[in-house]
Design a binder for this molecule. Sequence first.
Ligand code: VGL
Ligand code: ZN
Length: 198
Amino acid sequence: MNRALIVIDMQNDFCPGGALAVAGGDEIVQPINALMGQFDAVVLTQDWHPADHASFADNHPGAVPFSVIDMPYGPQVLWPAHCVIDSTGADFHAGLDLSRADMVIRKGFRPQVDSYSAFFENDHETPTGLAGYLRERGLNDLSFVGLAHDFCVAWSAIDAARQGFTATVIEGATRAIDLDGSRDRARTDMRAAGVNLE
Ligand code: VGL
Ligand code: ZN
């Protein structure tokens, strides 16, 4: 009764045709649906940004998407505008089975700080509340799937391991953005943090 499937950001903007499309992002929808039945709980995360979000290149005059700037909390990749609150791009992929989701947690809604991890904003100190929810339900064995492997999935799994959860990434049910080697780096960082890759 302690195993949760954490489904990261399975939203239109991260799937082919979306504003920040991850190659093959839609291929993992059915595999994720099939996994849901094997878990005691299913949690979905939803990237949820205001239009003036500081992670959008458009909000930095002269900046190009995928460049990196320094924010007060550290380096930040500037993304194309994506997952804007109430937009179609922010909706879950139409094929994703929402009926099994016990909990939907939104992240990235503070204009001045990005939030890759399901647990903390990118300042690494502002919690989303997810750890408390999982602990209160006794869910201590977490498996991560979804998008993107090398950003939100990796950061979530690393934070989970650091907080004492058992953390596994089911890599076949993820896809990576792979920006300048970020996929390999994410794998190295996850292993170093004690995340199981399967
Ligand atoms: C993500 C970049 C920006 C993700 C979210 O879900 O991996 N990546 N926002
Ligand atoms: Zn985002």
